[in-house]
Ligand binder design. Structure first.
Ligand SMILES: *Cc1c(COP(=O)(O)O)cnc(C)c1O
Length: 439
């Protein structure tokens, strides 16, 4: 390098790291994302300038542009699938009330502390009170990390080293990684299978119950239906057999919902004689991921005292979100499930009209939404969708914001059921961009 080129080499004008880090936008970004993330963006921008891809004057702007828009890599998505409880995209969206409760609980809180006496207090007592109020048929309640954890805790505490009596018709696999036989085996309890795949009678259970029985387990086969020559023993049939009866209802309905006549609920199941009901918090209940255990007070206390309960306990954010879901306004899951058909149609048609152009009309077609998430497998949710060209689906998924639609018969179907109405404007812009890109 001659002295002349050294003087004119544009790389000499690349701003130094400390000068860039003093940029007000980057200083502010450091407080939001941490300095490592900002330094990384600065280094990448300087590198681009050294490689001659950008001018030295553009380095600061390139560093700012390379900053993440959020502190988490989890991308918020709009759910245009029409599937209300969609496991791959986070099951239940939290209500605003639950969101505010999570924020309030994020700092120091009295989760296990009594401010009046300064002494230790029962962890999550407000949330447990909300659960007992929501299900008066339960003597007591306990919350763990998820539905699978609730079932593991119940069977471990009641039947480790002994037998769990289960119908062959309920040896189910519910979603990825939840196979009932494997789960029970992991607790150290032995499975005692009774009946057949399609029919199990109360007498089958009665014959199997003996001194070695830890509990009877009934599992709602929530993600499929058996039709034809079928039969199952009811909770009423099994309650008098004199051993603890654990019923996994799955979806977390606390009381009957006329829209879902085949979906068991905690109140009815407890009144029918179940000792313990287990359920998820983030399915039809519409709250955070959690496992609910509701039932007879002494048995719940036994589960609470089991060492495994400590390993499966939930954090303060979950307790806060769950309490707000139970006490607060109708959560999004219930709102979407019971969405008013006329209003849904009007929103869909309005959007189709706004998006249509002379050369490209946008059709509104009727579709069937789903409860999803292992709930109401046979329950159709009639609705409407915008039908776009198939290629729009990928553009929507990868756009900003990401929109997940459904592809059916070479069309990209956009169902507004699970899109909050206040997001209609944002969705419309995303659809417009995809329609332009997809042409
Ligand atoms: C969903 C489901 C589970 C698993 O619950 P998670 O909260 O996903 O752990 C267990 N049993 C039934 C019947 C279910 O529907």
């Amino acid at each position: 390098m001659t002295p002349e080129t050294a003087r004119t080499d544009p790389r000499r004008r690349i701003p130094r790291t400390d000068a860039l880090l003093a940029d007000p936008a980057l200083v502010e970004a450091s407080t939001r994302h941490g300095s490592a993330v900002v330094r990384q963006a600065v280094r990448a921008a300087q590198e681009q300038a050294r490689a001659g891809r950008i001018a030295p004057e553009e380095v600061a702007a390139a560093a700012r542009a390379a900053l993440p828009s959020s502190s988490t890599t989890l991308r918020p998505l709009l759910n245009a699938t029409g599937v209300v409880v969609h496991t791959n995209i986070g099951r239940a969206p939290l209500s605003d009330a639950a969101l505010q409760a999570v924020t309030a609980a994020a700092g120091y809180v009295d989760v296990e502390f009594d401010t009046a006496t300064g002494a230790r207090a029962r962890r999550g007592r407000g949330t447990l009170a909300a659960l007992r109020d929501a299900v008066p048929a339960a003597g007591d309640a306990l919350v763990v990390n998820n539905g699978a954890a609730a079932l593991v805790l119940a069977t471990t505490a009641l039947a480790a080293g002994r037998e769990v009596v289960v119908s062959r018709g309920e040896m189910v696999e519910i979603g990825d990684g939840f196979r009932l036989p494997e789960l029970i085996a992991s607790t150290g309890a032995r499975l005692r299978e009774v009946g057949t795949t399609n029919r199990t009678r109360a007498a089958d259970y009665a014959e199997a119950v003996g001194p070695d029985t830890g509990c009877i387990l009934k599992v709602h086969p929530s993600n499929f239906r058996v039709e034809g020559f079928t039969g199952a023993a009811s909770v009423e049939d099994l309650a008098p057999l004199g051993v603890p009866l654990v019923v996994d209802i799955g979806s977390g309905l606390l009381a009957p919902d006329p829209l879902l006549p085949d979906e068991p609920d905690a109140t009815t199941t407890l009144l029918a004689g179940a000792t313990i009901v287990t359920a998820s918090g983030d399915k039809l209940l519409g709250g955070p991921q959690a496992g609910l255990l509701l039932g007879e007070a002494d048995t719940v206390e036994r589960l609470r005292r089991h060492p495994l309960a400590r390993a499966l306990r939930v954090d303060k954010l979950t307790l806060a979100a769950l309490e707000a879901t139970l006490r607060g306004p109708v959560p999004p899951v219930s709102a979407y499930l019971h969405a008013d058909a006329t209003a849904l149609r009007a929103r869909t048609e309005r959007m189709a009209y706004a998006l249509a152009s002379a050369d490209q009309p946008v059709d509104v077609v009727d579709v069937v939404g789903r409860v999803g998430g292992g709930g109401g497998p046979g329950v159709p949710l009639p609705g409407w969708a915008l039908a776009l060209p198939e290629g729009c689906a990928e553009l929507l998924r990868t756009g900003e914001p990401g929109v997940v639609a459904r592809v059916e018969r070479h069309r990209c179907l956009v169902d507004l059921r699970c899109v909050p109405p206040e997001a209609d404007g944002v969705l419309e812009e995303a659809l417009r961009a995809a329609l332009h890109g997809g042409r």
